[in-house]
Design a protein around this ligand. Structure first.
Ligand SMILES: NC(=O)c1ccc[n+]([C@@H]2O[C@H](COP(=O)([O-])OP(=O)(O)OC[C@H]3O[C@@H](n4cnc5c(N)ncnc54)[C@H](OP(=O)(O)O)[C@@H]3O)[C@@H](O)[C@H]2O)c1
Length: 172
């Protein structure tokens, strides 16, 4: 099983601005995200990211129609359309594994990425780094106790983006 954390970020590691908007990320970042999700056939995200896609990003929503989609929530058990909900990162992975998925895409937001990383459930991290610095904003992760060492696997330039892929080599 490969569980990939896929995030579009600023050059200083922000995934959203202070209002939760991602306007500073390029259109190509969104296209690469959709390609990744379509490749794995599934995606897990937090309830805030799920709500944002379904309310504010109709293009992104329709491009995810054919994939298994799960949002994390301890409080909401009913998703709209074909979205499923899971009460924990472990449960979401088990749900997708039971549907036959061997490769899983996890994305943000911050709370979700932090939960997966600190539970040591991520074995690959892909970051699409945009040429912008932004502050304040939402970082990749906020857990004070996290230390995950990464091994660099590849670096690709895609127009003005740098896409880096790491495996998680050890986790303390
Ligand atoms: N740049 C990127 O690649 C990217 C990707 C995704 C999202 N984002 C941005 O991230 C921002 C949102 O980040 P966020 O941290 O506020 O929210 P989030 O992670 O999207 O969602 C947080 C909610 O998800 C649920 N959740 C998270 N971890 C959980 C766990 N371990 N167990 C059960 N439920 C869990 C909780 O819902 P309940 O309160 O209902 O329990 C929590 O309140 C948005 O602005 C979005 O645009 C950026």
């Amino acid at each position: 099983m490969t569980t990939t954390l896929w995030l579009g970020i600023s050059a200083n590691g922000m995934i959203a601005d202070k209002n939760g908007e991602e306007d500073f990320l390029s259109e190509e970042t969104g296209e690469l995200f959709v390609q990744q999700v379509q490749k794995t056939g599934c995606v897990i995200m937090g309830k805030t990211a799920y709500s944002r896609i379904n309310k504010n990003l109709p293009g992104r929503k329709s491009s995810l129609q054919q994939v298994d989609k799960i949002f994390l929530s301890k409080t909401s058990h009913q998703g709209i359309d074909e979205w499923l909900s899971a009460g924990s990162p472990q449960e979401s992975i088990e749900m997708l594994a039971s549907r036959g998925h061997k490769n899983i895409t996890v994305t943000g937001g911050t709370k979700t990425a932090s939960s997966f990383l600190t539970a040591n459930l991520i074995n690959e991290v892909v970051l699409a780094i945009n040429p912008v610095l932004i502050s304040p904003g939402y970082p990749i992760c906020t857990d004070e106790k996290l230390l995950a060492n990464l091994t660099l696997m590849s670096v690709q330039r895609k127009s003005n983006l740098i896409v880096v892929k790491y495996t998680v080599s050890n986790h303390i």
